[in-house]
Write a protein that binds this ligand. Structure first.
Ligand SMILES: [Zn+2]
Length: 141
């Protein structure tokens, strides 16, 4: 049984997945299919998570489809008809979303110190150019 506890984190994973489709898929039809597959994966995870199990060893998501009564083991590949026809399937999307979600949940982004924040944003740093200068007795900065 699969249960998503951190909805906010899962939301971020979904947003990233949609952004990745947007940025990497150039063909409009394929893009539409992937976006539909991601949407379906989200709905399936939320409503039928009870029929899914994450397998850590294989980094695969087991999905029992009540519609076909098949069990699909999805990671990069899948056993469903859509995959055989080389079209996007929600099983693979669901597996990727769950993998990324679990990774993010197990490795939360480290909290940055102020100094590290500064290194990431050089414009926040005092670059030493603010020292007052005078030309002819008048401060010019
Ligand atoms: Zn599939």
């Amino acid at each position: 049984m699969l249960q998503i506890e951190n909805k906010e984190l899962f939301g971020k994973v979904i947003a990233d997945a949609l952004a990745k489709v947007e940025l990497t898929v150039t063909d409009t039809q394929t893009k539409k299919r992937w976006i539909n597959a991601v949407s379906k994966a989200v709905v399936e995870i939320e409503t039928n998570g009870v029929f899914m199990t994450w397998q850590d060893d294989e980094q695969a998501l087991l999905i029992w489809s009540q519609k076909s009564n098949h069990i699909y083991s999805a990671n990069g590949v899948c056993q469903c008809r859509a995959f055989a026809e080389k079209t996007p399937c929600f099983h693979r999307c669901a597996a990727r979303l769950v993998r990324l979600y679990l990774q993010a949940e197990n490795n939360p982004a480290p909290v940055k110190t102020q100094a590290e924040e500064m290194n990431d944003a050089p414009y926040l740093k005092n670059n030493g150019w603010t020292k007052a200068e005078r030309v002819g007795g008048i401060r010019i900065n």
